[in-house]
Design a protein around this ligand. Structure first.
Ligand SMILES: Cc1cc2nc3c(=O)[nH]c(=O)nc-3n(C[C@H](O)[C@H](O)[C@H](O)COP(=O)(O)O)c2cc1C
Length: 250
């Protein structure tokens, strides 16, 4: 009987030893939390939300995530690639008197992005822009929701861009109608659009949200901002970097 008990205890010990070895050899990326392992996603653009991009990033990336995250081979060269080489950011703008143009240039420069000016086929003269006279061209256009002033050139290969910064001056509380022409000229589906404006004093108001209706629903619109006309290159880079996008401005 003693001999049988001794034999059984040896068999049990061997079984336990086997279990430990088998469980411990299933890989270093062990999920110890008892939850199914979920793939890690790259956050490329925040959704429109009241939360600041920073607080969102803190919520979604914890120290624990960082510890167990494995590098994923995306097939892309790592390290040397600038935003421009990635070819994914476009700064498009309309500017009648140069204020928005200067800030758009800072943005494109800081991002290493492509720059596109929305140039009217019929240039706006000083008289056209005289908002003291309600009968001048710019004001007449703004009063007509269907006005679509023609644009001279087009963006080459719009498909390549993932993020489009869109700059314009405020005209009577809205984006100039030529910006509507631009929005209706391309497919922006799947892209992120970052609207910004300059003005005498008005905020961006509903000017950007009015543009949403000209695009398909699958566009991610970031909140628009009014940039001060005296903003420096550094101010613009700081603003861009506060957006929480997958691009960096220098
Ligand atoms: C026709 C017209 C309407 C304007 N309406 C407004 C307005 O509603 N609110 C405001 O603050 N500025 C208004 N402005 C001033 C421009 O928004 C401002 O000067 C802007 O920075 C010009 O940008 P740009 O130099 O890029 O064209 C208006 C200007 C024009 C020509």
């Amino acid at each position: 009987m003693k001999k049988f008990e001794k034999m059984m205890s040896t068999v049990c010990m061997a079984g336990l030893l086997f279990c430990f070895t088998a469980c411990g050899s299933s890989g270093g990326n062990q999920n110890t939390g008892g939850q199914p392992e979920t793939p890690k996603a790259t956050i490329s653009a925040p959704e429109e939300t009241d939360k600041s991009p920073d607080s969102e990033a803190v919520e979604q990336t914890t120290d624990q995530d960082a510890e167990i995250m494995e590098p994923v081979d995306t097939g892309e060269e790592i390290g040397e690639e600038t935003n421009k080489e990635a070819g994914k950011v476009l700064v498009a703008y309309f500017s009648a008197t140069g204020t928005t143009k200067a800030l758009a240039e800072y943005a494109a420069d800081a991002l290493g992005a492509d720059l596109y000016e929305i140039v009217p086929e019929e240039p706006y003269t000083d008289e056209d822009l005289n908002y003291s006279d309600r009968n001048t061209r710019a004001t007449v256009e703004q009063n007509d929701k269907n006005a679509r002033p023609a644009i001279t050139s087009s963006v080459e290969n719009m498909e390549q861009y993932e993020i489009v910064f869109l700059g314009y001056p405020i005209w009577w509380g809205e984006a100039p109608r030529i910006v509507d022409t631009f929005m209706e000229s391309y497919e922006f589906g799947g892209k992120t659009i970052v609207p910004f404006c300059t003005s005498g004093s008005s905020g961006i108001g509903s000017s950007a949200t009015n543009l949403h209706g000209l695009c398909t629903d699958d566009v991610t619109w970031l909140d628009g901002v009014r940039l001060g006309s005296s903003s420096s290159r550094e101010d613009i880079a700081e603003w861009i970097n506060s957006l929480g996008l997958d691009v960096e401005a220098e």
